[in-house]
Design a protein around this ligand. Structure first.
Ligand SMILES: [Mg+2]
Length: 402
């Protein structure tokens, strides 16, 4: 649906028949004729599955017996629903607020929330105030959802690798394994244009596990590239929520004969928020096994400092949005400097992603950041391309150092 277009089909879920009836009547009075209504979220999902993307806006109650509103929203994401949602609830404003945030963070397009009973004017406002900016997590140039789903179905998702090097010596220190799309026409589409979309559809979860054994196998063959060659893997929220994940990863590493101390698990702060205790259990056990834990995209998530306090992270990756351009922007520069200082005081290894040009490289090197990652060093590439890249890089670094 275009942001400005008037929604055509609306679906309403509320376990209270009276509330449901009132809502439908209000919407009809506002001129929305195609309104589906359900007392059970399960029934609504079944319909959405059948009619696929026909529904433009979903109104959902939060407090419902059986499947509650939060679960319903998660199911919507998993089914690739790309319409908009409005939360309706009798709960207090803070609950409504959290649920709204949760929906945003799952990538849903949230039009807002309504306290019960909602007036016709409030309904009207939500439906007219369609806020396209709310889906900020989906990049502007992302491929359409359909294309992604097809790529997954066609098995076109591959593991690609972005190299990391030491500022001080130029030595290759490792790679970050990323999911890439081997696009039939556009070639290898970098993960940063794909990842948000994938998270958006909640399918990232299975990929980490399925790609891990082959990634470690591959990485073992590259250990000659550097004395401290490491491989970084991005963890999903579901991995952190699975208590058996540490055992899975230890087994996978043993099978690939890849040393655990060279394994870096990259954890994005926004992925840690679902069940803090389970996440902490899993992360602490991983660290006890000498696996490195890296706080990813540092500075962009919420309560970064609380995560640093609670989780035994030993590496910190500065987000590219702070790094790129830090030579020209005083506030970026200050943030980068402060983050690096913090990391050093906590004895953490520091990595800067977003080293996209020579200025970025020079600034971060001067600030004594340890490891560089970004287009200036090398874009994500296929496994086959890495050895050749390493040779070219050695020559480039020699010239840089001169
Ligand atoms: Mg990462």
């Amino acid at each position: 649906m275009e942001p400005s277009a008037r929604p055509r089909k609306i679906l309403v879920v509320d376990d209270e028949p009276f509330v449901l009836k009132v809502l439908v009547r209000q919407l009809t009075a506002l001129g929305y004729e195609d309104v589906l209504s359900y007392e059970h979220a399960q029934d609504a999902l079944a319909v959405l599955e059948r009619e696929d993307h026909d529904v433009d806006v979903v109104f959902t109650d939060l407090q419902m017996p059986g499947m509650d509103g939060v679960e319903f929203l998660r199911q919507l994401v998993q089914r690739g629903y790309d319409g908009q949602v409005v939360l309706v609830s009798g709960e207090d404003a803070r609950v409504l607020n959290s649920a709204e945030k949760l929906a945003y963070s799952r990538g849903l397009r949230v039009l807002g929330s309504l306290a019960k009973p909602a007036t016709r004017e409030q309904l009207q406002q939500r439906l007219h105030g369609a806020a396209p900016a709310m889906c900020a997590s989906v990049p502007q140039d992302a491929y359409p959802p359909e294309a992604l789903r097809n790529a997954i179905a066609a098995g076109q998702l591959v593991t690609c690798y972005q190299p990391q090097v030491a500022f001080a010596t130029g030595e290759v220190t490792g790679v970050e394994a990323l999911i890439g799309w081997q696009h039939p026409r556009d070639g290898l589409v970098p993960a940063d244009r794909l990842l948000n979309g994938l998270q958006y559809y909640g399918v990232l979860n299975d990929l980490t596990r399925s790609m891990l054994p082959s990634t470690l196998e591959q990485a073992r063959q590259w250990q000659h590239l550097g004395d401290d060659f490491r491989v970084g893997i991005n963890l999903s929220m579901d991995d952190l929520a699975a208590l058996d994940f540490p055992d899975f990863i230890v087994e996978a590493a043993a099978r690939a004969q890849f040393p655990l101390s060279r394994l870096v698990l990259e954890i994005n702060e926004t992925r840690m928020t679902r069940d803090r205790l389970v996440s902490l259990d899993v992360l602490t056990r991983l660290r006890l096994k000498r696996i490195s834990l890296l706080i990813d995209d540092f500075g962009t998530g919420q309560s970064s400092l609380a995560h640093l306090r609670d989780v035994p992270f030993d590496e910190l990756k500065l987000d590219g949005s702070f790094v790129h351009g830090a030579s020209r922007d005083a506030s970026l520069n200050a943030i980068v400097k402060a983050s690096l200082l913090l990391a050093r005081q906590l004895n953490m290894r520091t990595i800067a992603q977003g080293i996209d040009d020579l200025e970025d490289w020079n600034v971060l090197r001067e600030l004594s950041c340890e490891v560089a990652q970004g287009k200036f060093v090398g874009a994500p590439m296929s496994a086959e391309a890495l050895p050749q890249w390493a040779r070219t890089w050695a020559a480039r670094y020699a010239a840089l150092a001169r």
